[in-house]
Design a protein around this ligand. Structure first.
Ligand code: ADP
Ligand code: ASP
Ligand code: MG
Length: 418
């Protein structure tokens, strides 16, 4: 007997028929003797609709009220799944974030989970054989008793946090793909499923664009050593042989992975914007004059390239910011123009960041250099580069995203054979 968290994403609970299917998956684990807490997302599309309604009501809106609205999607599915479970004879009870409670920070719309008390759920496993159905994505800020949400994709984080709180043996993430792939399988049909991926690599993949898991969920899994298994919810529960391990990907400690490839995966993101400041005076303090105001405005700067000036008098500074922050970043720089002292601002929003990730890069040189050559051969211009111990990222024109991802996917031997 074990204790499990089973998390189901939006497409897995998109309608009543799929919720029934989820209920049968849960029953399968309960029948196998496990104690189960389920975490659900809102129905596919529901959160987008709620977000849109907030914007329609007012472009600038109170984040506390945004949370009140967008948290409702998960309230619906948690209740529906509890009903569907009861209908097939499984004792189940739904839990909203405020009921458990899932205590969070007060950063509305992107709150962090601070504490979950799992004891009540454990007591009910023991005393009533009751399945807990927890609404994902939401929590409560105790001081004001207001509902909070965890940022888009936040149900993954709810699931890992609940798993840590109830000391679960595993956290199963059921989604619309049967695991974590070398890159998004919707973009590269030759992507391969990874049997295992290290926490560090998954963290990079997620933060560099692979939306299969929310970044924060991997951070939590690393800290609390929660084993996360990503698998498909579309398999028929009746067809699953409990004695055969199902297809999926285990996100685990690096030490558990025997065969380490140099490159594990490729992520990409089109949510970037590039700003270039031309003919900035090349003198001490100029970087501080540019990036200080951006930091104060809470704008995340990612890639930074400074051209060494030939004349020693002026230079060009290029950097990227999230596309959503682009307008704000431009006006922040505009406002600091006198302090910075520059000729003009150039910018581009049709750019994409392609990132190559692998723990093996720690011990292999020249991995990035091969990418530069391969992209050059395809006529793809690289606008900016950043590297770190286990990844490098390249900024290119967005129009070439797919070509670049496929090229690098083949280059590093990630294509599925046959
Ligand atoms: P859910 O609603 O279940 O949370 P998401 O849509 O958030 O599902 O995440 C699953 C999607 O992530 C997949 O449909 C896939 O297109 C995308 N994805 C991006 N990168 C990867 C990757 N490397 N491996 C698997 N899926 C990926
Ligand atoms: N429903 C929320 C979203 O779409 C949370 C989630 O699905 O993980 O972002
Ligand atoms: Mg998701």
């Amino acid at each position: 007997m074990g204790r499990l968290v089973m998390k189901f994403g939006g497409t897995s609970v998109a309608d009543i028929e799929r919720i029934r299917n989820v209920a049968r998956h849960v029953k399968r684990e309960v029948d196998a003797g496990h104690e189960v807490a389920v975490v659900v997302s809102a129905m596919a599309g529901a959160t987008n609709r709620l977000v849109e309604w907030c914007r329609e009501a007012s472009v600038l809106h109170d984040a506390r009220e945004y949370d009140t609205v967008v948290a409702s999607g998960e309230q619906v599915t948690s209740g529906l799944l509890a009903i569907a479970l009861q209908a097939i004879g499984v004792n189940a009870r739904s839990w909203q974030g405020w009921q458990l409670p899932i205590k969070t920070s007060d950063a509305h719309a992107s709150a962090r989970i601070l504490d979950i008390n799992g004891e009540e759920l454990i007591k009910r496993f023991k005393e009533r054989k009751e399945v807990a159905v927890v609404a994902g994505f939401q929590g409560i800020y105790p001081e004001t008793a207001r509902v909070t949400t965890l940022g888009r994709g936040g149900s993954d984080t709810s699931a890992v946090a609940v798993a840590a709180a109830i000391r679960a043996d595993r956290c199963d993430i059921y989604t619309d793909v049967d695991g974590v792939y070398t890159t998004d399988p919707r973009v590269v049909p030759r992507a391969r499923r990874l049997d295992k991926i290290a926490f560090e690599e998954m963290l990079e993949m997620a933060s560099l664009g692979a939306k299969v898991m929310q970044v924060r969920s991997i951070e939590l899994a690393m800290v609390h050593q929660v084993r996360v298994f990503v698998r498909s919810s579309f398999d028929k529960p009746e067809d699953i042989d409990p004695h055969v391990s199902p297809p999926g990907s285990l996100i685990c400690d690096e030490a558990e992975i025997m065969e380490q490839q140099v490159v594990t995966g490729i992520a990409f993101s089109k949510d970037e914007a590039q700003i270039s400041i031309r003919r900035v005076q090349d003198k001490p303090g100029v970087a501080a004059a540019i990036f200080g105001p951006l930091a104060e405005a809470n704008i995340n700067v990612d890639m930074i390239v400074q051209v060494v000036s030939a004349d020693g008098a002026t230079t060009d500074m290029t950097f990227t910011v999230p596309a959503a922050e682009y307008e704000r970043a431009r006006s922040t720089i505009d406002q600091a123009r006198d302090k910075i002292g520059y000729d003009k601002l150039d910018s581009a929003t049709d750019v994409a960041k392609i990132s190559v990730i692998g723990i093996g890069m720690r011990s292999h040189a020249g991995v990035a250099a091969r990418a530069f050559r391969a992209l050059a051969d395809r006529g793809i211009n690289i606008r900016a580069i950043t590297t770190s111990e286990i990844k490098f990222s390249l900024l290119i024109d967005a129009a070439y995203t797919e070509l670049a991802v496929r090229t690098l996917h083949s280059l590093y031997g990630l294509d599925k054979q046959g």
